[in-house]
Write a protein that binds this ligand. Structure first.
Ligand code: FPP
Length: 237
């Protein structure tokens, strides 16, 4: 690893579970199960590397269009993950957070997530954000509506003309968090897919052909090195 700074916030689109399953002659859920195992290792390595915020795209608002079997399989994995990993996550001082309306998930998954949030909320280490039932346009629209409502009620605390982009960031699900320095998408797809649209305005993007279940801590470090080799100018010189 080079001496250039480790990204403070890494956001990942964990793509390619289905293709991995097909390649291995397995069903899609076996792909997601393998994807969950990869995710566990990336959480651990992120913490070891000193990443302060890790955000993973686990389920988008568009993913409801998948078969009922696949959708409920992914939600069952959330329960399985919490049951098997929560204690270790807690011991490692990780703070779990969910981006998205997870209350729309089945009761067992909601309960497991509530447990993870409650157990880790007093931790002080790495923030692990799970984007679940998340969609960025809806997130931005909700923030805009909140702003409009506050303006109409006269509770903005300042004239509307003086509202800044920083103020607006504070109305998003990522309020209080730094924007992602690095966005990684696996499986060769090169899209953002309604993920952190506002927050990734100045992020570096690293795309890898590796399918998510095969995304190892070594490949992760390679992506971080690719990020470190770039110079970020934030629109300046
Ligand atoms: C993308 O692969 C993956 C998903 C939509 C789900 C990601 C879920 C996990 C990694 C499971 C664990 C998550 C938690 C929070 C426990 P794809 O199905 O789109 O793959 P394809 O493009 O090859 O079909």
């Amino acid at each position: 690893m080079q001496s250039a700074p480790i990204p403070v916030h890494v956001a990942i689109v964990m793509d390619g579970n289905g293709r991995w399953a097909t390649q291995h002659g397995k069903g899609r859920l076996a792909g997601h199960d393998a994807g969950m195992k990869a995710m566990k290792e990336i959480v651990k390595r992120s913490d070891q590397l000193g990443v302060k915020y890790l955000t993973v795209y686990a389920f988008s608002t568009e993913n409801w269009k998948r078969s009922a079997e696949e959708v409920s399989g992914i939600f069952n994995l959330v329960v399985k993950y919490v049951n098997s990993e929560l204690e270790e996550i807690y011991q490692n001082n990780v703070i779990v957070n969910v981006l998205g309306d997870y209350t729309a998930l089945p009761a067992r998954s909601v309960k497991a997530l509530d447990k993870a949030l409650a157990r880790t909320q007093t931790n002080t280490g790495m923030h692990f954000n799970i984007a679940l039932n998340y969609g960025s346009r809806a997130e931005i629209l909700t923030a805009a509506k909140k702003l409009a409502a506050a303006a109409a009620e006269g509770t903005l605390g300042k004239p509307l003309e003086e509202v800044t982009t920083e103020d607006f960031s504070g109305l998003l699900l990522t309020a209080g968090m730094p924007d992602p320095d690095l966005v990684i998408r696996t499986s060769g797809e090169k899209r953002l897919s309604n993920y952190l649209l506002w927050q990734s305005a100045y992020s570096e993007f690293v795309f890898t052909d590796v399918l998510w279940p095969d995304f190892s801590p070594e490949e992760y470090e390679r992506c971080i090195e690719e990020y470190q080799a770039r110079s970020r100018r934030f629109g300046g010189r």
